[in-house]
Design a binder for this molecule. Structure first.
Ligand SMILES: [Zn+2]
Length: 165
């Protein structure tokens, strides 16, 4: 990894990579589930990507919430999705915004293939930062975390080169 220049910036970004899972023990925050997001986090622990889906109008709902934004039904239920999508947008973090999450890394919005604008906030991994493009196909990869007796699994995304699962 290149060392920071005089302004503290890592240059040039084209050469930087962040591979999953990040090396060494996790030092960042552990996500805390609420009643609406618990099925999402529980699914990730089993390495399943579950998205709430309205049982009335079949609309996927994410981020998790108690009601369907389309028909206002109060009955969304978790369903497995393919874990495949495309990069809607992204940015590169070059400073340590959260303790223990070491830059540089890519923060991305990924649109899942199941529904238009069904979008997750995530990190891109197993890719050179300079190779990331809007619209590139990606697939989910799971990263198990443990810190001080608490655990969680995060859903990252990596380039999908069209191979098998
Ligand atoms: Zn609905």
């Amino acid at each position: 990894m290149p060392s920071p220049d005089a302004r503290g910036l890592h240059q040039p970004p084209e050469t930087l990579t962040w591979l999953a899972p990040p090396a060494g023990p996790w030092r960042g925050p552990i996500p805390v589930a609420d009643i609406d997001s618990a099925p999402f986090w529980d699914g990730l622990r089993r390495h399943e990507l579950l998205i709430l889906r309205c049982r009335e109008c079949r609309t996927f709902v994410h981020p998790p919430q108690a009601s369907c934004p389309r028909c206002l039904s109060l009955d969304p239920a978790p369903e497995p999705v393919s874990g495949r999508g495309t990069v809607y947008s992204f940015t590169v973090a070059n400073r340590e915004f959260a303790p223990g999450i070491v830059p540089p890394y890519v923060v991305a919005l990924v649109d899942l293939v199941e529904q238009e604008s069904l979008r997750l906030v995530t990190n891109l991994v197993n890719v050179s930062i300079g190779d990331v493009r809007i619209g590139m196909p990606v697939r989910v990869v799971f990263s198990d975390l443990e810190l001080d007796g608490e655990d969680a699994t995060l859903a990252y995304f990596e380039p999908d080169h069209g191979g098998g699962p």
